[in-house]
Design a protein around this ligand. Structure first.
Ligand code: ZN
Length: 205
């Protein structure tokens, strides 16, 4: 996978320092796994964090202070994955698929996330129009398979998209295979049309 659309520097820095909500971190991880450029950025942010830590050490703190900082850093480490050659989508633990329209299914991802957020995989068959929709909060998306196009351009496997409540978009699947995307969504979608059914499917996700 080689992406054309990458997370912003702010998102990568937040990921590197472990402060992203875990569901959103998973979506960033899905991009980073296939993107050498973003892996380098994350490594450089982590190196900066290490430098800051050495400065803390030089400040002659009491004996326990550094180990307390270290253990906090350990517990906040970004999600990492053991080497596994299977495609990312096959390594996710999905709850049962729910068909929300012909050619369109959604499945929640069994992964830690904030209760108010949703982490899910959405698969849309070629030729299926997706409804224009808005967001009530932030949304991260990484394309796992296939491609879609919207107002922001063409998104292929590995590409990352972040949207907030200002975005009102209508993705269209490109090519002849289903487009499968991993999403983390904050709050509720503002459904219109098809997404209304999607919202029902999410009610117990
Ligand atoms: Zn990237």
């Amino acid at each position: 996978m080689s992406g054309q659309h990458h997370p912003s520097a702010d998102i990568l820095a937040a990921y590197a320092s472990g402060v992203l909500e875990p569901g959103f971190g998973l979506v960033v991880a899905a991009h980073i796994e296939g993107c050498a450029q973003c892996r380098r950025h994350v490594a450089s942010y982590e190196a900066v964090s290490g430098e800051a830590l050495r400065e803390v050490e030089a400040a002659a703190l009491d004996d326990g202070a550094l180990s307390r900082v270290m253990s906090r850093l350990d517990s906040a480490a970004p999600i990492s994955f053991t080497p596994d050659r299977r495609p990312f989508v096959e390594r996710l633990t999905l709850k049962p698929r729910k068909w929300v329209a012909p050619g369109v299914w959604v499945a929640a991802v069994d992964t830690p996330h904030a209760r108010t957020n949703r982490v899910y995989v959405l698969s849309v068959a070629p030729g299926m129009p997706t409804a224009r929709h808005e967001h009530s909060g932030a949304e991260f998306c990484t394309v796992l398979k296939g491609a879609y196009r919207d107002e922001l351009g063409l998104f292929r496997a590995g590409d990352f998209a972040a949207a907030d409540h200002d975005v009102n978009h209508q993705p269209v699947v490109q090519g002849d295979e289903a487009c499968i995307c991993l999403f983390a969504t904050e709050g509720r979608l503002q459904p219109q049309g098809l997404l209304g059914r999607l919202a029902f499917a999410f009610a117990d996700v």
